[in-house]
Design a protein around this ligand. Structure first.
Ligand code: TYD
Length: 149
């Protein structure tokens, strides 16, 4: 499928974004707002978050055909493993601050591990939930990205 996002995806297109901070003696607030000035480059239509994650768990383990997703460690820390299907396209990013977001474009295989106790992973998604947008089989992911190898 030449037009599938997997063909063009690169882990270098994943970016860390410093979110705006409003700090005072009473604490700090960060915000993401839809619109032309959004740091994400897309409007958010779905928010979900993962919590109560056991330290040994591995989550994720999929890519998306179309959905852009941005991860934020709202509490604690975890590692995100990024894979574009090429031999030199593996990256590990540790998220550990609620003012730092990791944008993952479609076509990138991601998994999360090394969750600290009490961690909360929030995901800002471009699209509504659609199981058909997932690639959950790693061999299928490699087939979709085969032009990179
Ligand atoms: P999944 O995306 O596999 O979680 P993770 O990538 O963190 O391991 O989703 C886990 C379950 O939750 C799966 O049965 C689908 C369901 N789910 C929804 O119903 N709506 C959603 O928006 C999401 C993200 C998941």
């Amino acid at each position: 499928m030449e037009s599938d996002s997997h063909v063009k995806s690169r882990t270098s297109l994943c970016r860390l974004i410093g979110l705006e901070r409003f700090g005072s003696l009473e604490g700090t607030l960060s915000v993401v707002e839809n619109g032309p000035d959004s740091p994400l480059g897309y409007d958010v239509r779905r928010v979900f978050y993962v919590f109560d994650t056991p330290s040994g768990a591995e989550r994720g383990g999929h890519s998306h055909h179309a959905d852009h997703e941005t991860l934020v460690a709202l509490a604690g820390s975890f590692d995100v493993l990024l894979d574009d299907g090429s031999a030199d396209g593996l990256r590990r990013v540790t998220l550990k601050s609620p003012d730092t977001a990791l944008l993952i474009p479609p076509g990138i295989w991601r998994s999360m591990e090394n969750f600290s106790a009490g961690s909360v992973c929030m995901v800002l998604a471009e699209l509504p939930y659609d199981e058909a947008d997932y690639v959950r089989d790693y061999d299928e992911f490699l087939r979709l990205t085969s032009s990179k190898r």
